[in-house]
Design a protein around this ligand. Structure first.
Ligand SMILES: [Zn+2]
Ligand SMILES: [Zn+2]
Length: 107
């Protein structure tokens, strides 16, 4: 997952990665090949980070990618794979709800 991409949840049930904040409430779904309403942002992601250094990689929903980064890291360090909220995605979601582009998620 490139740093400037967000994972948008669509009404059709798919998730599409899109660069930056959207400005309209619909995105082209690459699976359905038509516009679909954005219902939210996937904020929980696989996150590889290290207790011994500043190493940090957000991997979206790609667990194999997280395992790859984990495996690449210095084995003398204590790197861990977490599944947690990405603060960047959380901030983007709050911003888009504030602008009225995404409707507040029902709990
Ligand atoms: Zn779709
Ligand atoms: Zn490290």
């Amino acid at each position: 997952m490139r740093a400037d991409y967000l994972m948008y949840k669509l009404a059709c049930g798919h998730i599409m990665a899109h660069r930056g904040l959207i400005t309209t409430p619909a995105l082209l779904c690459g699976y359905c090949r038509k516009d679909s309403l954005v219902t939210g942002i996937q904020v929980t992601e696989y996150h590889v980070k290290c207790a011994n250094c500043t190493f940090s990689r957000w991997c979206g929903l790609a667990e194999p990618q997280a395992r790859f980064w984990w495996g690449q890291h210095d084995i003398s360090h204590r790197a861990v794979i977490l599944y947690e909220d990405n603060p960047k995605s959380r901030r983007a979601l709050v911003k888009l709800i504030g602008k009225g582009i995404i409707a507040e998620e029902k709990k």
